[in-house]
Ligand binder design. Structure first.
Ligand SMILES: Nc1c(NC[C@H](O)[C@H](O)[C@H](O)CO)[nH]c(=O)[nH]c1=O
Ligand SMILES: CC(=O)[C@@H](O)COP(=O)(O)O
Length: 161
């Protein structure tokens, strides 16, 4: 199901565990910062809405989405129950888009395989700025909200496993 058919901010609030017992690390890329700040706001507000304490949410900035890999790896070493990696990659004139997207998705996948702390992939990979706007609080919802819900659920799974 494509995002166009599923609003990123729609979910059953009654099924979400209380996040008051968890600590979250959020790593935010500075590239396309109007988008990444909107994603961060969606993620932060959703964590708070579900009981997370402001003191239990750590934020680090990194230069670009490629650096989300290293930033998330170091965030995993903090005393957090889940990490959210936030980025916005928008296609330009060259193949750089392809390499950045592939590297970040593979790198964050590797962190989930190699280490114990889940890292949530909150990286938009869009052909246009409008697509990114639509998915960071626009007509298709906010991927930051989706990522925060995933982080709470994965922290619960990790606690119970
Ligand atoms: N073009 C975008 C980038 N490019 C920068 C890389 O992510 C990286 O910071 C650089 O190659 C140095 O290692 N990053 C984004 O997050 N979004 C883009 O659209
Ligand atoms: C994703 C990118 O790195 C890209 O936005 C850079 O733009 P360009 O391919 O025109 O150099």
């Amino acid at each position: 199901m494509a995002t166009a058919n599923k609003n990123l901010s729609d979910y059953d609030k009654t099924t979400i565990p209380n996040a008051n017992k968890y600590r979250f690390g959020i790593v935010v890329s500075e590239w396309n910062d109007t988008i990444t700040e909107a994603l961060y706001e969606g993620a932060y507000n959703t964590l708070i809405e579900h009981g997370a304490l402001p003191a239990n949410i750590i934020r680090w900035n990194v230069p670009g989405s490629f650096e989300l890999i290293y930033g998330s790896k170091k965030m995993q070493e903090q005393m957090v129950n889940a990490v959210i990696a936030i980025g916005s990659v928008i296609k330009g004139e060259t193949k750089h888009f392809d390499f950045v997207c592939e590297a970040v998705s593979q790198g964050i996948k590797d962190l989930n395989v190699i280490r114990e702390t889940p890292v949530i992939f909150c990286v938009l990979t869009d052909d246009t700025l409008q697509q990114a706007i639509d998915r960071s609080g626009g007509k298709h919802g906010n991927k930051g909200t989706e990522a925060a819900i995933a982080a709470i659920k994965m922290a619960e799974i990790r606690k119970n496993s």
